[in-house]
Design a protein around this ligand. Sequence first.
Ligand code: BGP
Length: 471
Amino acid sequence: MSGFPKGFLWGGATAANQFEGAWDVDGKGMSVFDISTGGTKDTPRRWTPVLEEGTVYPNHDGIDFYHHYKEDIALFAEMGFTTFRMSIAWPRIYPTGLESEPNEAGLAFYDKVFDELNKYGIEPLVTIYHFETPLELLKRGGWLNREMIDHYEKFAKTVLDRYKDKVKYWLTINEINMFMTPFGGAMAAGIFEEAHPDHGTGGVLFTPEMRYQCEHNLLVASAKAVAYCHEKYPELKIGSMVAYHPIYPLSGDPADQLAALEAMEMGSYLPSDVHVRGKYPSFAKAYFKNHNIDIKMQPGDEEILLKGKVDFYSFSYYSTRAVTTHEGEDNRNPYLKANDWGWQIDPVGLRIALRTLTDRYEIPLFVVENGLGALDTVEEDGSIHDPYRIDYMRQHIIEMKKAIEEGVDLMGYTMWGPIDLVSAGTGEMRKRYGFIYVDKHDDGTGTMARSRKDSFFWYQKVCKSNGEDLD
Ligand code: BGP
C-alpha cells in the first residue's frame, strides 16, 4: 500500500507576529499587528494608531517564542517534526522598512533559531513576509505605493543572502490573496476602518481598484524574490503561499455554478496563476476591463512576473464555503459541520483541492496551514483532552493520503499553530490550535508555561510513523 512518500515533511506552521512577542526588543520596529487590540469572533479588534495606556495588545508578548525558542523547538523535536514553518518579522530586520542597513540584532536572533532547528534535523520552511508590514511603510501608503516593491526586495535579498546555507525552503508572501479582502485593508494599505458591509460603515473604502493594485504590487514583489533566488541560489526551493478557499455552488443551478467559478477565479486563481504561470490569466484581464479597474503596471512588470515562477505551490486550507444566487437562501453547506467560529469543516474538500491544483499546475504542492481553532479546557490535574482536534487532523491527513495515492505530488504538511498563539483574524488567544498549550490569556495574564495536550502524543505517532499510524 502506498501512502506518504519517504522524506515527506511533517511539522507545524507559525508567524512571527503571532508568537514571538518581544515586540520592542533588540531594535525591532513596529508592525501593523503591534497596534491591534484583541477581539473575539463577535467583537472586532481595534487598530489604535496611538498605543493606549492599559489596553492589552496581544501580539506585543505573543507567547514569547523570542525567549522560549529552545524549549519550544525541543518540544517540536520530541513530536518528531522534520520541518518547521516560521516567518521573519520584517521590522526586526528593517525597523521602519526604510533603513539602508539591516538591524544586526534582529538577524542574529533568526541565526540562533535556525541553528537550533538544524541541531535536531528540522528543516526550516521560512515565509519571508507573513502580514508583518512595518507600520512606517503603511503610513506611506503600504502596497498602494509602488515603492513598497523596492522595500520588500531589499528585505527579501537580505534574508536570502544571510540564511541561504541554513534554510532550503522559502515562501515569498503569506496568503497573498488575503491582502485583497476587507481584513487585508489594514496590512496592505493602512486602511483600518473600512466602509464595508461586513465591517460597519464610516471608514475609508478599500475599493476593488485599490485591492487589485495592492495585489499587483505584491505579485511583482514576490516575483522579484523568486527571480533573485533562482539566479543566485538555484539549489534553494522557493514557493508561493495562497489562502485556498474552495467555493462550492450550493445547487446544480448553472447560475450557482458560474457564481462559484467566478469567486474562485478572482479569489484564489488570480494570484495562483500569476505565481505558477508567470502571467495574468485572461479572466482577470477581462474582469478588470469589464469593471473599469485600471491597474497601474510598469513596463517590465510582465517580464518580472514571467521570471518569477515558483518551484512549488503552497497553500493554507481550513474550510470550504458555498455560494448561491437564490435570494434568501442560506448559503451554509448543509452537509458540513462547523467549528465554534463558524468555519465549515471539510476534509474531503482538501482532497478535491489537491487534485484540482495538481490538474491545473502540475507542480509539487505543500499544505502549509490546516488545523482547528477551538476552546480548550485545562483539567484540574493540568491535562488537556482535545479529541476534536485529533479528529479534525486525522480526517484531513486521511484525505491527503488518498490524494497522494491518486497522483498528487505533495511535499509536506505543516499544520497551523503547533503551539497556541494569537489569532490572526481576531487577535484572541482563546482560539487555540496547538498540540502544546500555552498559559497565556486574553486579558494579558498567564505564566507562559507550556504543556502537552493529548493531541501532542497523537501527532508524535503520526510524524514518527510517516502518517501510517493515525489512531
Ligand atoms: C491564516 C493565517 C495565519 C493564521 C490562520 C488561522 O489566514 O495565515 O496567520 O492565523 O489563518 O486564522 P485565525 O488565526 O484567524 O484563526
